[in-house]
Every structure is written in structure tokens, then in C-alpha cells.
Design a protein around this ligand. Structure first.
Ligand SMILES: Nc1ncnc2c1ncn2[C@@H]1O[C@H](COP(=O)(O)OP(=O)(O)OP(=O)(O)O)[C@@H](O)[C@H]1O
Ligand SMILES: CC(C)(CO)[C@@H](O)C(=O)[O-]
Ligand code: BAL
Length: 354
């Protein structure tokens, strides 16, 4: 994978990474669409990361359909360049991590065997609330695997969905925050010579889906960025020269946020789950009409979801940047919800910008 990336870089191509856990839907494809606006070549990773699941979570039942994913990726306008689908990205020491690094109860690789993988990335404050409460190792696992993917793929851009708002915010923070006066700029010189390369690698699905994109890419580059020096903003905490881009939530026509786990919802549960988006939309419009007391808005959402038959994990209104709870809406906030319908835990959110 790294060899491919470096070969792209040596041709001055900008590389975007779209990390996923597979079982792709239009939400994932919207990330790829956005990636095309920024980069010349696109890598999609498909890896169900065992390091972010606790033993009581749904690693073993997480949906997967690799061939279906490939079909979907082939149909993306503009194509993608490579699919990175590693079997396992952890060293399990003496114990057998099993297929895809998962397997029964094997989650964090080191705790059981005492050997193997033992380095973890943490984003100490932002990982604590919301999903971090009920999924205590989740964000450590996400930050670590994303760091590993960044090191392997060496992208210029990485795209994440705001459906997983806390994840996006946390990664954004981990990777890049504008520090006035900081001097660590990544300078990227874009040159006009775009040529297509296919790189089949053993551990990588050597996939080439370019389909007539060359002229489109040339005109984009010629039109806007030819010969310019593009300055990526200074990075923070971990000094990655990577720009993290957040993409809006893609919803089904009836408002349900697209999610791979939706496939596990029974029809009646799916119907009940519509209460999440409905109640969030109602809360947002009440806020826009002057109701800025968060407990009132929270009660509205909790009541609506509970009456529909969902079980609330959390329903919090938090500052969009710090993710700290707020009592009264005074600035940009995001209303984040996690709720269970049957055995399926769904998350959703809505930004409120008064
Ligand atoms: N509806 C959506 N709109 C925009 N981005 C999304 C949507 N669903 C997922 N994504 C983004 O796609 C990336 C990969 O997510 P992932 O593969 O876990 O899919 P998912 O649908 O979020 O699955 P899950 O059922 O685990 O929530 C993440 O950055 C995630 O935020
Ligand atoms: C970012 C991610 C691919 C890391 O495993 C995952 O958490 C996801 O799909 O949102
Ligand atoms: N998109 C979230 C991945 C997870 O729930 O593990």
C-alpha cells in the first residue's frame, strides 16, 4: 500500500483516503464524491477494526459483503484507485487474532497475551463523553487504527462522515488544528502531468477503476490549481500533514441516517428508529424558534424516542468543538443521540447554528 502511495506522490498526485469498515452505502460513497474535489487519486480502506470493539459489542455480527462493496465502488462516478483490505493490522503475539484480527472476544490484542501490539493513540478529553461512555475502548481503537492507516497510506486528505460526529471531531483535533504562528507547513507542489498507474500488490486489492477520468482531472487541475503551491495548514498534536475533511450526513428518503448497521433492523424497528431524526428535527426547529433551554429540548427527544420503543443511550446537546455539554444554546451546538432499537445501536446528530 505504501509503495503505491509513494509512487503516486512521486508523480505529484494528491492522495485521499476514505477509511471504512465496509458494507458500503451512499453515505460512504458521498465521502468518495467529496474526495474527488480535493485529490487526484483515492484509496478506500475496508477494515473492521477489532481494536475498537469491546467483547460485549457486535464485532462478530458486523455486516460485511466485500464483493458487493467492490461493485458499489466500481459504480462511483470518477472511480477510485485502490482498495486497501488488510486481513489484520495488529500483532497478536502468541494468541491467534483470527480472521480480520477479530474472533471471539479478541479485541485489544495485547491485554490477553502480553506480547504483540501495545501502542495506542488516545485523544484524552474528546474520547470521554457521548459514545466514549458506553464504548470505553472505542475511541482509543479508532484513533490507533486511523493513525496506522495514515502511516500506511500516507494520504494528503482523509475523509470522515459527521454521522460519527465525535469520531470526526476527535480525529480532526488529533490531526490538525490551526495554530497561529506555527511553522510546520506541508508544501505541496501540484504539477499538470496526470498519468494513470495500476499497482497490483499482494496484500492489496490492486484495483483500477478510472473509467475516463483523466481528462476530467486534468481540467480540474488546469482550471484551479495548476502550478500553484498549496499550503496545507499546520498540523497539531501528532504532526500529520493530512487535511481531515468532515462530510455531511447522508440520509434515506424518510430521514434515517444511513448506517451499515441499519441492515440488522427489523422492519418494525426501522420504523421506530425514524423517531431519532424526527425528534432531532423538531428540537432543532424549536431551538430556532427561541427554545434555548437544553433540558427542554433533551426531554422532547428522549420522550419521542422512548415512546417509539427505542432505548436511549445518550441524548446530549454539546458544543460543536469541545463536545462539552451546554445548558443554554448560545453558540454552535450539536445534538447527539445514541439509541437502541432491538439489539441495534444507532447514532445520529444534528448541528444547531443559531
Ligand atoms: N450516513 C452517513 N453519512 C455520511 N457519512 C457516513 C454515513 N454513514 C457512515 N459514514 C461515514 O463513513 C465512514 C465509515 O463508516 P462505517 O464504515 O463505520 O459506516 P457506518 O455506516 O458508520 O457503520 P456503522 O453501522 O458502524 O455506524 C465514517 O467516516 C462514517 O462517519
Ligand atoms: C474510522 C473507522 C474506519 C476506523 O475503524 C471506523 O470507526 C468507521 O468506519 O467509522
Ligand atoms: N462508524 C462507527 C464504527 C463503529 O461503530 O465501530
Amino acid at each position: 500500500m505504501t509503495k503505491w502511495s509513494r509512487s503516486m506522490r512521486s508523480q505529484s498526485k494528491l492522495i485521499a483516503l476514505v477509511p471504512t469498515m465496509g458494507y458500503l452505502h451512499q453515505g460512504h460513497l458521498s465521502l468518495i464524491k467529496e474526495a474527488h474535489k480535493h485529490a487526484n487519486v483515492i484509496a478506500v480502506s475496508i477494515y473492521v477494526n477489532p481494536g475498537q470493539f469491546s467483547p460485549n459489542e457486535d464485532l462478530s455480527t458486523y455486516p460485511s459483503d466485500f464483493q458487493g462493496d467492490i461493485q458499489k465502488l466500481m459504480s462511483v462516478p470518477g472511480g477510485i484507485d485502490v482498495v486497501f483490505n488488510p486481513k489484520n493490522l495488529y500483532d497478536y503475539g502468541d494468541s491467534d487474532g483470527g480472521e480480520s484480527g477479530g474472533g471471539d472476544g479478541v479485541v485489544s490484542c495485547i491485554e490477553k497475551s502480553g506480547l504483540g501490539h501495545e501502542s495506542w493513540v488516545r485523544v484524552e478529553k474528546l474520547e470521554k463523553g457521548l459514545c466514549g461512555k458506553s464504548r470505553p475502548i472505542f475511541f482509543r481503537g479508532v484513533a490507533t487504527i486511523v493513525t496506522k492507516l495514515f502511516n500506511i497510506v500516507e494520504p494528503d486528505f482523509a475523509l470522515f462522515g459527521k454521522k460519527d460526529y465525535q469520531q470526526w471531531r476527535k480525529l480532526h483535533h488529533e490531526v490538525r488544528k490551526f495554530l497561529p504562528g506555527a511553522s510546520t507547513h506541508a508544501l505541496v507542489h501540484i504539477i499538470p502531468n496526470i498519468s494513470m498507474v495500476t499497482v497490483p500488490l499482494a496484500s492489496l486489492i490492486g484495483w483500477k477503476m478510472k473509467m475516463g477520468l483523466e481528462s476530467e482531472m486534468n481540467s480540474r487541475i488546469n482550471g484551479s490549481k495548476l502550478g500553484e503551491e498549496k499550503i496545507l495548514e499546520p498540523v497539531r498534536d501528532l504532526d500529520f500533514s493530512i487535511k481531515v475533511i468532515g462530510c455531511e450526513i447522508t440520509r434515506e428518503n424518510d430521514g434515517l441516517a444511513m448506517s451499515s448497521r441499519n441492515v440488522h433492523l427489523k422492519p418494525e424497528e426501522r420504523e421506530k428508529a425514524l423517531s431519532i431524526n424526527k425528534s432531532l428535527s423538531k428540537a432543532k426547529s424549536e431551538a430556532e424558534n427561541g427554545q434555548v433551554q437544553c433540558d427542554k429540548l433533551r426531554n422532547l427527544v428522549i420522550q419521542c424516542i422512548t415512546e417509539a420503543g427505542g432505548t436511549i443511550d445518550y441524548a446530549e446537546i454539546v458544543d460543536q468543538h469541545s463536545l462539552e455539554k451546554v445548558e443554554f444554546i448560545k453558540g454552535p451546538v450539536v445534538f447527539c443521540v445514541a439509541a437502541l432499537f432491538g439489539k441495534v445501536r444507532l447514532i445520529d446528530n444534528m448541528e444547531i447554528n443559531l
